[in-house]
Design a protein around this ligand. Structure first.
Ligand code: DX5
Ligand code: ZN
Length: 231
């Protein structure tokens, strides 16, 4: 079933647990849900596609029940060389949305369709230097597109403003009901520009978890994204 259309159309701040305290991940997730977050973002890296190793299906499986219990959603971003071998594991672990990079997959239709057949929402991701046209066909089979605004691999990197140029072009390509997610360097300085460019799902790691009060920061960033005034 995946993520329903009404959630895909909402403006959401998705905290990335990559920048959370790994010694207390459950409490970190709870804090985000308490702050009104509707989806939690998981960054999966394999040390090959990107130069870092992070979490696997076991961590998603440990956290997914408490997210689902609160009526929220699990968004998994696969930055791995062989996503086809792992999509079933992540859906079983509780992923509601699963995104794969266009740069590594020659058979995107097959992969996106397989994710949907397993019961999750398929997403297609493009790196900062990948043109919008690279996903023009794949979006027919996706529930969301994710545009990276940093090179994937680490939290806390500098926002690449050049990646903004193609966002408006991507926004025009998206059929209604397809969410437009951005990831990398999302915070108070960038969130309005990203919203203006058409993005409606905003992933944020270090800006949220590096704040003195991560729950409050997440809520304020979400309010900013929704056009609210935060003082
Ligand atoms: C980068 C990841 C991001 C990352 C974002 O490879 O895909 O989700 O956690 O972190 P910030 O918000 O710190 O740029
Ligand atoms: Zn991510």
């Amino acid at each position: 079933m995946g993520i329903p259309t009404d959630i895909r159309s909402q403006v959401l701040l998705l905290p990335s647990v990559l920048s959370a305290d790994f010694a207390r991940l459950g409490a970190e997730v709870d804090r985000m849900l308490d702050a009104g977050m509707r989806a939690i973002h998981f960054d999966v890296m394999d040390g090959h596609f990107v130069p870092n190793l992070t979490i696997g299906p076991a961590v998603v499986a440990a956290l997914a029940p408490r997210i689902h219990e609160r009526g929220a959603w699990v968004d998994v971003h696969l930055m791995i060389e062989d996503p086809d071998s792992f999509i079933e594991d992540f859906v079983r672990a509780g992923a509601d949305a699963l995104s794969v990079h266009v740069e590594i997959l020659p058979h995107l239709h097959r992969t996106l369709t397989a994710i949907r057949e397993l019961g999750a929402s398929p997403g297609v991701v493009l790196n900062p230097a990948t043109p919008a046209s690279a996903v023009s066909e794949a979006i027919k089979y996706a529930d969301y597109v994710l545009a990276m605004t940093v090179n994937p691999g680490f939290g806390g990197q500098k926002f690449i403003s050049g990646a903004l140029d193609k966002l408006a072009e991507l926004a025009r390509m998206l059929p209604p009901g397809v969410a437009f997610e951005v990831d990398g360097g999302v915070g108070r300085d960038t969130i309005s520009r990203l919203r203006q460019a058409g993005a409606n799902w905003l992933v944020s790691g270090s800006a949220v978890f590096g704040a003195a009060d991560p729950g409050q920061e997440a809520a304020e960033l979400q309010a900013l994204a929704r056009g609210g005034i935060v003082v």
